[in-house]
Ligand binder design. Structure first.
Ligand SMILES: Cc1cc2nc3c(=O)[nH]c(=O)nc-3n(C[C@H](O)[C@H](O)[C@H](O)COP(=O)(O)OP(=O)(O)OC[C@H]3O[C@@H](n4cnc5c(N)ncnc54)[C@H](O)[C@@H]3O)c2cc1C
Length: 368
């Protein structure tokens, strides 16, 4: 169920429930259109959109779930239900951030926007010693960056890929990744301050096809890799936290241990809290500790490191988290917070009272 049909006049895509972002980008870019999709093109529209959906276009055009206009849903009692602002609007509210709790979405209708086919985007890699300065500059620059740009700092190890000088492969680095969804010639001045923070190892920021940027990270996430994510929303990114993150970067147990500090704000924050099930919108940053490994025996070490990164940010956290970045299935209540969780639980009682759809960040049906 991966068909994608684009209406370029209405700027809408009708997407089968099993489509991947590469398939959506392929069809929509033929019309110079796109919507907020994942940083890795092998993720699917289903879990990504229903959980929220953070991507390069979000500060200009909102989260993936904000672009969900309507959905066809097979419910637990085997009805095919249409959800939109006018039909079953309560269900649409829950599908915009509440995850796969309310049924199987067979069709997503998504809003599209003029993006690409070439955008100003790319990564810049700096030596790990510059991570502290990069994160401080990124924090200060983010405060009044325009919506057209969405950026992320990744404390990681240099992947063994050709544009990176071979002597750096596998060494600890700090990467800035950014995308500008506005006109190409506006990209360079928007990113000038942050770009010049240090002497880069390699600077690949420039005009590139949107689809190239959307698939840039795919080789790092092959099928079958073991992975664990843990995240928290940050109310602030103070110097003490930056210092702790830099130390944890040095202590990372493997080459695919990544500390992401994701810039939020813009269109994400302009949707009123409570308007969708995506629980919190005002946080300036999301911290995500991402690990990938190949030998199953390494799992506990990687999970421990990831949990330590997130607990190191406890003082700066809002207490909420983005469910799609949580590897632990029992974290939904804390992630959503009491008010959103109570509303989701009531909706769950309406659409899935026996909790048939429970292999997810589960919302337990509210008791009568
Ligand atoms: C390599 C990688 C990169 C990522 N990058 C990002 C990123 O840039 N931004 C971001 O926000 N998140 C990102 N994520 C997290 C991602 O949003 C979640 O992993 C999400 O669950 C992926 O959805 P999926 O459909 O691909 O996964 P699946 O494993 O297929 O689905 C996950 C769950 O979603 C629900 N679901 C899926 N499809 C449907 C459907 N049609 N109807 C109802 N429920 C459904 C089900 O509960 C299912 O168990 C990334 C994850 C990975 C592994």
């Amino acid at each position: 169920m991966n068909d994608v049909t684009v209406d370029p006049i209405a700027k809408r895509a009708s997407v089968g429930g099993g489509a991947l972002w590469a398939e959506i980008d392929h069809e929509t870019q033929a019309h110079g259109l796109a919507t907020t999709g994942g940083l890795v093109s092998t993720t699917g529209v289903g879990g990504f959109t229903l959980g929220g959906g953070l991507g390069w276009a979000m500060r200009k055009y909102g989260l993936a779930c904000d672009n969900l206009i309507a959905a066809d849903v097979v419910t637990a009692d085997a009805r095919l239900v249409h959800a939109s602002e006018t039909d079953n609007a309560d269900l649409l509210w829950g599908l915009r951030g509440g995850g796969g709790n309310f049924g199987i979405v067979t069709r997503f209708e998504l809003a599209l926007h003029p993006i690409g086919p070439t955008i100003y985007a790319g990564p810049i890699f700096y030596p790990a010693e510059d991570a502290f300065d990069l994160l401080r500059t990124f924090r200060d620059w983010s405060a009044d960056a325009p919506d057209e740009v969405t950026a992320l700092v990744n404390l990681t190890s240099a992947p063994p890929l050709p544009p990176i000088p071979q002597e750096w492969h596998g060494r600890k680095v700090a990467a800035l990744l950014a995308a500008c969804t506005g006109p190409i010639d506006e990209g360079e001045p928007l990113l000038r301050t942050i770009r010049s923070v240090a002497e880069p190892i390699v600077d690949l920021l420039g005009p590139m096809p949107y689809t190239a940027f959307q698939t840039l990270l795919d080789p790092l996430w092959p099928k079958g890799i073991h992975a664990y994510f843990k995240a928290t929303n940050l109310a602030q990114l103070d110097d003490e936290l930056i210092d702790r993150l830099c130390k944890l970067h040095h202590a990372a147990p493997g080459p695919q241990c990544e500390i992401h500090v994701q810039q939020m704000g813009g269109a994400v924050a302009r949707v009123p809290e409570g308007a969708t099930a995506f629980p919190e919108r005002s946080m300036p940053f999301v911290l995500n500790a991402v690990t990938g490994w190949h030998d199953p025996a390494e799992g506990p070490t990687h999970q421990d490191w990831s949990r330590t990164v997130i607990s190191s940010a406890a003082q700066a956290s809002t207490g909420r988290a983005y469910v799609n970045f949580l590897g632990d299935a029992d974290a939904a209540k804390t992630a959503y917070g009491d008010a959103t969780y109570a509303r989701l639980a009531a909706l769950k009682r309406t659409y899935d009272p026996t909790n048939l759809f429970r292999l997810n960040h589960n919302i337990a049906p509210a008791e009568r």
